[in-house]
Write a protein that binds this ligand. Structure first.
Ligand code: SAH
Length: 213
């Protein structure tokens, strides 16, 4: 598990690239600049780790494109000690970004292989999520609700009602909605039954699948 000067140099290039694409939040850029993304990928893709692209990980899933991770994180407006729920732990890269920004992170993954692998891997690098959960993101995590932020890292065919219900008033749900391509969407909870909806550009994610257990 090495992080060499070469990796660090490539990472600074990546930060420049996503900045040029419009990411402004300095804390998000710092997180991308610090996290050794190459260690979250299978060895066959190490050379690609600092390109601004999604890549395959285990169980036919992907590690999200760094720009997408940055875009979603920027929308969440994380403050230290915010309670954040992530749906789709995957490689744990997005989880690490949230941890390094000081959030208390709960993350759900439905593929057991990825859940197991990432549960072992993240603490080794020093990223300590509050809890990693093997389960179905459609139902969220009622036991720990309400959350300051909820981030969905897979394409959702519709907005799971449970997730809206688990937001604090003032909290934000960032979720890509659609089947073939997804519209990045943010809901801000303004009151118990009052949600403000904002739409951003088109993105492409692996699908948020119904629970297979
Ligand atoms: N944040 C991850 C993205 C992984 S891709 C990363 O950067 O590596 C999306 C992930 O969502 C996959 O790991 C997939 O298995 C998971 N997923 C799909 N449907 C899910 C569901 N219903 N509940 C929880 N996780 C789900």
């Amino acid at each position: 598990m090495k992080d060499t000067l070469k990796h660090q140099g490539l990472r600074q290039q990546l930060v420049k690239t996503i900045k040029a694409k419009g990411i402004e939040d300095i804390k998000v850029l710092e997180a991308i600049g610090k996290i050794p993304r190459h260690l979250f990928m299978d060895s066959g893709f190490l050379d690609h780790a600092y390109q601004d692209k999604a890549f395959p990980i285990a169980a036919d899933q992907t590690i999200s494109q760094p720009y997408t991770v940055a875009f979603q994180t920027e929308l969440l407006q994380i403050k230290k000690d915010d309670k954040v729920l992530e749906i789709g732990t995957g490689s744990g890269y997005q989880t690490a970004v949230l941890c390094i920004m000081g959030a208390k992170v709960y993350s759900i993954e439905r593929q057991h292989e990825l859940y197991k692998k990432t549960s072992k891997f993240l603490p080794k690098l020093g990223y300590r999520a509050k809890k990693l959960i093997f389960g179905d993101g459609y139902i969220g995590l009622e036991a720990e609700a309400p959350f300051d932020g909820i981030i969905v890292t897979a394409g959702a065919p519709f907005v799971p009602k449970a997730l809206l219900g688990q937001l604090k008033v003032g909290g934000r749900l960032v979720i890509p909605i659609g089947t073939d391509t997804q519209t990045m969407t943010m809901f801000i909870r303004k009151g118990p039954k009052d949600f403000e909806k904002h739409e951003f550009g088109e993105f492409r994610f692996v699908p948020l699948l119904e629970n297979k257990n």
